[in-house]
Write a protein that binds this ligand. Structure first.
Ligand SMILES: [Zn+2]
Length: 554
C-alpha cells in the first residue's frame, strides 16, 4: 500500500525525500536500517505478542516473547521499540548445549539512539532461546493512516471503538518490540493475543486459536500465523466485527476465505467481497498458488484505506469500485473492480511471500502489486483493456528520484516504485514476447523465493536467466536512474535508422515497431539502419507498450 492519495501529499513527500537526500543519514537510521552487530548473530524464529489497548487514554500494555536461534557468537542484542513506549523489564530463558532450558532470569538493558541494547549473554551457538519484554506506553498515534501511520484509535458509525495499527513506514516497533528490519522474518510465524472489552472482537493474522474470557469484562482473542511474516504486516483489528466466509477451491485445495466486517457493513460486504474470489482465481493463474493456505485468506474492515497485512488484508475502500471511487489509470478499466481487494491481495505474492530484505528494494513489492492490477484486468477484460490500464498509469510517474533507495538506512526510493516499475515489467514482458514464458517467470519467482526475503539482484537475475535475455541494463535504466530512454529514429525512403539516447551505457533493449506488420529491432547507442522494402514506412509507429520516449530526427 502507501500509494499517495493526493497531489499535495505527493508534493509534501517529495519535499521530505528531497531534503532527506541532502542530509547525511544518522546513526539511528543505520541502526534501524542495517543488519548490524546487535542483530546479525540471532535469527528470529517466532514472535508471541500480547497487547491490551486502553481506548480511553490511548495507551497500550504489552508483552512480547521473541524466540530466536543463535547463529554466531552473541554480542549485545538490539531490540527496536519506539520512543513513546517504555520497557518495564526483560527476562530470558536460555538453552545449554544439552538443550536444557534454564529458569527465567532478568537481564539488564540500556537505551541508545532510539533502540534498546540488552547486555551480552553467553548463549550457546545454534541453540534456541527466548526473550520476553514487558512494556507499556502511548504509541505514536497515526495522523493519516496508512500513509502517516501508527496506532489508529477511532470510532465506527455507531460510536463503538475501532482500533488498529498501520505501520509500514513507521515500523512495527511503533507498537511492539522486535527486530524491525524486513530481512529477518520469524521462520515459524507469530502469535498475536489481543485483549479487548467483552463487547468488542479482536482480529489478527492467521487463524483464531482461542477465545478466552479473562473474567474482568475483557476477552483475549489469540491468533496464530504459521508462515514467516513481515513485522509491519502483523496487525490487531479491534471493533464490532461480524464474520462470513467461503471455501475457495484453489490450486492447493480448499482455501478458507474469511471476511470480518463491522456489523452494519455485512450486506454491502457480501456483494463487494465477491471480488476476493475473482482476485484469487486470476492471481493463482498468474502467480501460482496463494502462498498461505495454512493461514487462510482474510479481508478485514479497517479504519484506513488499505494495507497488505498478511492473511488479514486491511480493507477500507468504502465499498466502492476503483481506488476510493477513482480510476487511477483514467482508462475506465480501474472502475470495474475494487482496487484495495486487488492491489493489497496482490501483495500476498509480492511483498508477503517474497519480501525485500531492505526497504530500498521495495519496488519488488509495489511493482508487482501494481502489475497485478494489470493482470487482473487482463484476466477478466482482455489484453487491450490491460494495456490501456497499464499505459494509463504512466501519467502518475514523476521520475523525481530513482526507484531504488539508499541501502542500509531504512529509506525507500521514489514513489515511482508503483507505476513506473509496473510499466518496466510491462516493457520487459514485451521484450520477452512470449506470455507463457512471462507467466512461468511470475509463477517461478513465487515458487523459487517461497516465504523468503530477497535482494533486487536475486529478482533481476532470475528474470534474466529464465527469459534467456540479459535485462541488467533495463533494470539499471528504470530502477537506478530517472531517465526514460529515447528512441531516436529517421525515416528515409524505405529505410529506418534508429538508436537509443538518454540511456545508461550499453543500453540495448530490443523493441517492436509497426509498419505493415511488426518489426523487432535491436537498437544500441549507435545508429543502425534497416530496409523496410517493399512494404515501406507508411503508417510507421512504435509499439505503445514499451515505456520509452521517441524522437523523430530529420
Ligand atoms: Zn502496495
Amino acid at each position: 500500500m502507501k500509494l499517495v492519495q493526493h497531489f499535495l501529499i505527493f508534493c509534501f513527500l517529495f519535499l521530505i525525500s528531497y531534503s532527506a537526500a541532502a542530509q547525511p543519514f544518522t546513526q539511528a537510521d543505520t541502526l534501524r536500517g542495517s543488519n548490524g552487530p546487535g542483530r546479525d548473530w540471532w535469527d528470529v524464529l517466532h514472535y508471541d505478542i500480547t497487547i491490551k489497548p486502553n481506548y480511553l487514554n490511548k495507551t497500550i500494555t504489552g508483552t512480547t516473547t521473541i524466540e530466536f536461534k543463535v547463529i554466531k557468537k552473541a554480542g549485545k542484542m538490539q531490540i527496536d521499540l519506539q520512543d513513546s513506549l517504555i520497557i518495564d523489564s526483560i527476562n530470558i530463558r536460555i538453552s545449554d548445549e544439552h538443550y536444557k532450558i534454564s529458569k527465567v532470569k532478568n537481564v539488564n538493558f540500556q537505551k541508545t539512539e532510539g533502540v534498546y541494547f540488552i547486555d551480552t549473554i553467553n548463549y550457546v551457538l545454534s541453540t534456541t532461546n527466548w526473550i520476553t519484554i514487558y512494556y507499556h506506553g502511548k504509541p505514536h498515534e497515526a495522523v493519516n493512516p496508512p500513509w502517516d501511520g501508527g496506532m489508529v484509535w477511532t470510532k465506527d458509525k455507531n460510536n463503538n471503538p475501532w482500533i488498529s495499527t498501520a505501520c509500514q513506514d513507521l515500523g512495527a516497533s511503533a507498537w511492539y518490540p522486535c527486530k524491525d528490519i524486513q530481512s529477518d522474518e520469524p521462520d515459524h510465524g507469530a502469535a498475536l493475543r489481543i485483549i479487548v472489552p467483552d463487547s468488542l472482537v479482536g482480529i489478527g493474522n492467521g487463524r483464531l486459536t482461542e477465545k478466552r474470557s479473562l473474567g474482568d469484562s475483557t476477552t483475549q482473542y489469540s491468533w496464530h500465523v504459521k508462515s514467516p511474516i513481515n513485522n509491519y504486516d502483523i496487525v490487531p483489528y479491534i471493533g464490532k466485527y461480524v464474520h462470513f466466509g467461503e471455501i475457495y477451491k484453489g490450486e492447493k485445495g480448499d482455501l478458507d476465505m474469511d471476511y470480518w466486517v463491522l456489523d452494519y457493513n455485512l450486506d454491502k460486504a457480501k456483494k463487494q467481497f465477491k471480488d476476493a474470489a475473482r482476485m484469487m482465481k486470476a492471481f493463482e493463474y498468474w502467480f501460482g498458488p496463494y502462498p498461505f493456505y495454512e493461514d487462510g485468506y482474510k479481508l478485514v474492515d479497517a479504519p484506513y484505506l488499505g494495507m497488505e497485512n498478511q492473511s488479514a488484508i486491511a480493507y477500507g475502500n468504502q465499498y466502492k469500485m476503483g481506488y476510493d471511487g477513482h480510476d487511477r489509470s483514467e482508462s475506465g478499466w480501474g472502475l470495474k473492480w475494487d482496487f484495495i481487494i486487488v492491489h493489497e491481495s496482490g501483495h500476498e505474492w509480492f511483498g508477503n511471500n517474497i519480501t525485500s530484505k531492505d526497504i530500498a528494494d521495495m519496488w519488488i513489492h509495489e511493482a508487482f502489486a501494481t502489475y497485478s492490477e494489470v493482470l487482473f484486468t487482463e484476466y477478466y477484460y482482455g489484453k487491450k483493456a490491460a494495456d490501456d490500464y497499464c499505459i494509463g498509469l504512466r501519467k502518475i510517474i514523476r521520475n523525481d528520484t530513482p526507484v531504488i533507495g539508499p541501502y542500509g538506512v531504512n529509506k525507500e526510493g521514489s514513489n515511482d516504485m508503483y507505476e513506473k516499475s509496473a510499466n518496466m515489467i510491462h516493457t520487459i514482458r514485451q521484450v520477452i514476447n512470449n506470455d507463457s514464458v512471462f507467466r512461468k517467470i511470475l509463477r517461478g519467482l513465487n515458487h523459487t523465493f517461497y516465504h523468503q526475503t530477497v535482494t533486487t539482484k536475486q529478482i533481476e537475475d532470475y528474470i534474466s536467466t529464465e527469459s534467456h535475455i540479459n535485462f541488467s541494463k533495463v533494470f539499471d535504466q528504470y530502477l537506478r536512474t530517472t531517465q526514460i530512454p529515447v528512441l531516436e529514429y529517421k525515416i528515409k525512403d524505405y529505410t529506418l535508422s534508429y538508436r537509443w539516447t538518454n540511456c545508461v551505457k550499453g543500453f540495448n533493449m530490443p523493441i517492436t515497431v509497426n509498419c505493415k506488420g511488426t518489426w523487432p529491432i535491436k537498437p544500441t547507442e549507435q545508429w543502425k539502419t534497416i530496409s523496410m522494402y517493399p512494404e515501406g514506412t507508411v503508417n510507421f509507429s512504435i509499439d505503445r507498450n514499451f515505456y520509452i520516449k521517441t524522437k523523430k530526427v530529420e
